[in-house]
Each structure stands twice: as C-alpha cells, then as structure tokens.
Design a protein around this ligand. Sequence first.
Ligand code: UGA
Length: 437
Amino acid sequence: MKIGVIGLGFVGLSLTSVLASKGYDVVGIDIDNEKCKKISNGISPIFEPELEKILKNGLKKKLKISNDFTLIKNCDLLFVTVGTPQNTNGSINLSIIKKAVHTIGKNLQENKKKPIILIKSTVIPGTMKKVILPILEKKSNEKAGKDFELISNPEFLQESSAIRDTKFPHAVVLGGNQTKFMKKAKNFFMKLHPNVPIIITNHETAEMIKYANNSFLATKISFINQLSNICQKIPGANVDDIAKTIGLDPRIGKLFLNAGPGYGGSCLPKDMKALINFANISGINPTLLNAVEEVNTKQLKQIISLTKQKLGNLSSKKITILGTAFKPDTDDIRDSISIELIKKLLKMNAKIIIHDPKAIKNTKKVFEDKIDYAKTVRDALSKSQCVIIMTQWKQYKKLNNNEFKYMKRKFVIDCRRMLIEKQLDVDYLAIGLGKEK
Ligand code: UGA
C-alpha cells in the first residue's frame, strides 16, 4: 500500500514520519521546495520533540519527500494536511485547501488505484460536501464512491506531543458514506492503532467533532482562568489545588485546567473564531463561546494592568518576558499570548527584553530590533524592572534569588505559578494565587 501526505506542517510531517518509521511506503508532498529539501535531509523545519529522530528513521526506510504532486498517482491513501487559517473577520480561509484538492483532482485520473482521500485539515461543517467534493469531481471528471472516495478524518494531535499523539490517538474519526472504501479505511486504522476507538459517521458530524473538541478545551481553559481571577481576590487561595481536586472527579478530568495568560497557538483561537462565525451565520447566538473568548482576552489585559499597578506609566520601563512560544517544547509563536503582550507593551513604549529556549528565531521575525533578545535568563533579568513569566518552560522553575538579584526592581509576575514554592526575596504576584495580606 502506498500512502501520500499532502502538506508537511506539524500534522503532515508527524504523520509522514510516523507512518514511514513503521515501514509504510510513504510520499510526503509540499509545495515549498526548500522545506522539502530540508526534510529529505532529515532536518525538521519545526522544533517538535522526537520528530527529527522519527523522520530520520523513516528516511532510512521507504519515505520520499517531494514537491511533485504527480506522485499521488501511485497512492492508495492520500492524507490532506494543509492549513486552514482565518480571514480577518474570523471566518475560515479555505484558499490553501481548495488549491491542494484542485491539484489532487487534476492528478486523480492518472491514479488507477481508486484512492481514498482523507481530509485531516480542520474544516467548517459542510465544507467536505459543498466545497471539497465538487472540486475533486470536477477537476478529475470522476465520481466519488466509484472512482475514488473522500473521507473526513479530523486530527487531534497537540504540538509538543505530536509524535506521541500521532502514534497513540485517543480516537479515530472517519466521516463519509458507508461504502467499501470506508471499510478499507477502517481496516487501515484498526491495523495502525489497535484498540483505539474508531468512530464512523457522516461528513458534517466529523467536521463538527473537531470544533467541539477544540472549543471544549478552550472552554475548560477559560473556566479555570475565570476561577483563577476569583482566587486572586481570596487571600491564600490557590487555583492549582482547586484544579487538581476537581480534576479527580471523572466527570471533569484533570487536563486543560492549568490557569495562565489565556490560550494561544495556531488552533484554539482560530477554531473558536471560525465556530463563532459559523454559529452566527447559522442563526445561533454563541453566547457561551463568546464568553470563553472574552475571558481569554481579559487574561492578557489583566497582566498589563497588574504590571501598571506596580510600575505606573510603562514608558521606558525595562520589562523582561520569559517565554514567547505559545507553550513549552515548541518554537511556535503563532497566536502566542506572549507575542500579543509584547505588542501591547511596545505601544506603551516599554523596553522589552525576552528569553525563550527555542523561539527566539521566530520572535525575531516579528519584532526585529524593536526589542532585545537575551541568550540567558540572567541576561534577560539584568537591570529589569519587572519580569513576566509567560511560557511554562521547565527551566524557569529553577529561578531563584541568585538570578533575581540582578534586577533593578525585583517585581515578578508568574502567569503559571512556577515559583510559588520558593522563598523569594522579590515582590511576587502569581495568576490564580490570592496574596496573603
Ligand atoms: C490544540 C488541541 O489541543 C489539539 O487537540 C488539536 O489537534 C490542535 O489544537 C489542532 O487543532 O491542531 P495545540 O494548538 O497544539 O493543540 O495546543 P494546546 O496544547 O491545546 O494549547 C493551546 C493553548 O492553551 C496554549 O496556549 C496553552 O498554553 C493553553 N493551555 C492549555 C492553558 O492555558 N491551560 C491548559 O490547561 C492547557
């Protein structure tokens, strides 16, 4: 069996590498030739734990990387893993996926294997039937269900654990018609992921499952963030103990209850906006989803207001930001709350110096010489008047008085309560922690 993967971002490259390392005959295709060259040489264009190792492993087997879309003509299965970004009004932007399926469609006639096309990209309900299927049939002059098949196969992997999640997903969702193609797809996944539940449903439900998943995760985060704000007003209250305890209730579950500066990244904020937009268009007022977003926006405002409460006017004040990646173990800064914070602080003429173990290169692309970049945390803290810990990188847990002594004013805002246990000779504020009077 030959497998093609179109689009080598987080999802596509992880899938390509995992399948190839398991010995499948895989071709990973991307329009970006430079990216393809790098990947062919065993270099991952993104930082993701385990990815490079598993990619190299795959390259030793039957993996080919190319920008040549005609290679899909030999494939039995084709995964589409291209991005679906957002338009300025929050709605989903389908231009990339349309282009990709357009090209697949054009090459379909050459494929005599009656391939199954599995769409992993996140798409708003109705897109498969109303947009993707018509493009494929028109461009190929072939019929779905007869000459090829189209299946929704939403992805749930998280950045920073992409390889583990690709190997061990919590579920496999297959949306489409109950045809012999669907049986074939099911058999493929049963072999790939024995004991993982496979949910077979229609396109629309599969499309909606993905939004349900991400919007529920965002809701959990905003819920705990709202509670953390309340905790801050109760002397001695600690949101982590509350999260840990309610997380023991199996009806709640312990994950995604880590209060902080709000959710960021290339998925949750975008998918929330797309779902809100879709609900509005469908005539449903998304009251709860709007509130989830509002709480998220307010977290950032709160950090700025805490900073101002202590430092007054922020103009010319030197502020250190620890962590610009949207979460630890990634170099991804897309829709990172930290990046938003820096933009806002710059507008107030603050002087910013940042540290991040992996994301400096990407951060430089955004701010260039508008901010300073430190190689070590100590350098970042030197002569600073405030430090804001934004990303929960493990190494920030080691911070102690030795590092803080180089600050001009020892004022620490800890958005992830990383230093809560330490006896620090600093003015310490933590999100979700009620300060003892
Ligand atoms: C998210 C989903 O978790 C994946 O299941 C999904 O496949 C993916 O989007 C996608 O749609 O492609 P990801 O964007 O990698 O994955 O990031 P998350 O781990 O969900 O974190 C998102 C944001 O929420 C981060 O800013 C993180 O710091 C924040 N977060 C997460 C919290 O503030 N608290 C938590 O308890 C968990």
